[in-house]
Design a protein around this ligand. Structure first.
Ligand code: AHR
Length: 503
């Protein structure tokens, strides 16, 4: 049986775990908003048309900040279309997803929904087809108390208090040729810097995210970050990373090792940001907003026949509705481990997306809402991780993968707050259980509060409309504690969260 050993030292701190690590993303795309969070007439919907069953699941998921309204959508979006009396709002073409945007939900409604779910708004401005003025306008509308045309318009629209949006994205994936308004790193960097400086003239307290690369596989990866940060270093707080993973050519071992790619992505962006910091002799550190991450069967999506017909622009079509398997959820859990391991520099992250579109929560119109497999590692990590992320001493047996060479069979992350330690583990072996010993003697007198594992003999097991509770976390009864050492057996292809109390 493969083995791994780790030592928990509460003094070996990587960095504080920022709650914003447990963010998500709602884009006007497919059925994420319409038929997802918003469905007037659904038996659970409130007077604003928001589904109560979805609200409850979002709360259970434990989501902190939610990025909105896109995504590729935002690069063609006019925010003004989505405020004011609903009956006067225009229907518009959404070029990113070849759909019709009805604008029934906009900034004010989304802010109202966020109050219900208890999450913070992370708002993206359009730097694709728009620029500095429109970014200033939406900031004035959102954050100025009163006494100006746009703040008074918000009040007239029923929102007396400002939205006080604290974190803003300067566009979306501007390195991608698919993006409306895509340009060179110099063009985007100059625009982002101008926009950031102007926005800070309205509200000096906002935090700003500049676009990094859409993936570590982009041909411009690295040089894009350097150039954009050379323009914007003094004016922004975060640079974004986006990454989606899927199996290539049925190579499950490499898929299970996707977090190796995420680790490298983060470490490269940190190195580039710090190089720019050094070249500018700056005291300021730029952190990462990993504001799109997930498993996404993108090749399947790219292979599907797309609607490009000029006569046909559907409202809320079923797009990117991946059904996630047990295998996907284990990879997903390992990506959370990667984010936690880098908590010193990844201080904001957004699971893309939240409902129906590559999402942990699925809905049927007029019907139920249910948890996909990826729901469980996210909810458990959001619930248990706290305080500070720890640097672990980890020794694990390894195996060879096609894409990433030799990788640890077991990977792990841990967080520690006074009296509460959480340990997250993944077993990447497709054939063998792994026995893990964890030296927790440095924590003092400990007790195991919970040990829950996600695994299944069928790697393709999924939760569906017909079987919404097929996959769930289960107690791992193998855990033993003796003389300050925990021993636990991890089934093949599994993700586990251990909660340990100490005094
Ligand atoms: O999350 C789906 C899409 O993926 C987003 O719109 C875009 O930013 C990314 O390419």
């Amino acid at each position: 049986m493969p083995t791994a050993h780790l030592t928990i030292d509460p003094g070996a701190v990587v960095g504080a775990v920022n709650r914003r690590l447990f963010g998500s993303f709602v884009e006007h795309l497919g059925r994420c908003v319409y038929d997802g969070i918003y469905e007037p007439g659904h038996p659970t919907s409130d007077a604003n048309g928001f589904r109560g069953d979805v609200v409850e699941l979002v709360k259970e998921l434990g989501v902190s900040a939610i990025r909105y309204p896109g995504g590729n959508f935002v690069s063609g979006y006019r925010w003004e279309d989505g405020v004011g009396p609903r009956e006067q709002r225009p229907r518009r073409l959404d070029l990113a997803w070849h759909s019709t945007e009805t604008n029934e939900v906009g900034l004010d409604e989304f802010a109202t929904w966020l109050e219900r779910v208890g999450s913070e708004l992370m708002y993206a401005v359009n730097l694709g087809t728009r620029g500095v003025q429109e970014a200033l306008d939406v900031l004035e509308y959102a954050n100025i108390r009163s006494g100006t045309r746009l703040s008074d318009w918000r009040i007239a629209n029923g929102r007396t208090e400002p939205h006080r949006v604290g974190i803003w994205c300067l566009g979306n994936e501007m390195d991608g040729p698919w993006q409306l308004g895509h340009g060179t790193a110099d063009e985007y960097g100059a625009l982002a810097a101008k926009t950031a400086r102007a926005m800070r003239q309205i509200d000096p307290h906002i935090e700003l995210v500049v676009c990094g690369s859409s993936s570590a596989q982009m041909p411009t990866f690295g040089t894009w970050e350097r150039t954009v940060l050379e323009h914007t270093y003094d004016d922004v707080d975060y640079i974004s990373c986006h990454a989606y993973y899927e199996p290539a050519d049925g190579d499950v071992d490499s898929f299970l090792a996707s977090a190796v790619n995420m680790d490298g992505f983060i470490e490269t962006v940190v190195a580039v940001a710090d190089e720019v910091k050094a070249s500018k002799r700056s005291d300021k550190t730029i952190n990462i907003s990993f504001d799109e991450w997930n498993v996404w069967y993108m090749q399947r999506h790219l292979a599907e026949e797309k609607i490009t017909d000029i006569e046909h622009w559907p409202v809320a079509p079923r797009l990117l509705e991946d059904s996630y398997s047990l295998l996907d959820a284990v990879v997903f859990g390992s990506l959370l481990i990667s984010l936690l391991k880098h908590a010193d520099r990844v201080t904001s992250a957004s699971l893309a997306q939240l409902v129906n579109v590559i999402a942990p929560i699925m809905t049927e119109p007029g019907g139920p809402a249910w948890r996909q497999t990826i729901f469980f590692p996210f909810a458990e990590t959001s619930r248990l991780a706290g305080g500070e992320a720890l640097a672990l001493t980890l020794r694990s047996d390894t195996h060879l993968t096609g894409q990433y060479g030799e990788v640890n069979l077991v990977d792990a992350a841990a967080t520690h707050a006074t009296g509460a330690t959480a340990i997250f583990l993944v077993n990447r072996s497709t054939t063998d259980p792994a026995e893990v010993t964890i030296d927790v003697s440095a924590l003092g007198d400990v007790a195991v509060a919970s040990a829950r594992t996600l695994s299944d003999s069928d790697l393709s097991a999924a939760n569906t409309l017909d079987h919404p509770e097929r996959v769930a976390l289960a107690d791992n009864n193998s855990v033993l504690l003796s003389n300050g050492v925990l021993t636990i057996t991890l089934p093949p292809v599994s993700w586990t969260a251990l909660s340990v109390t100490s005094n």
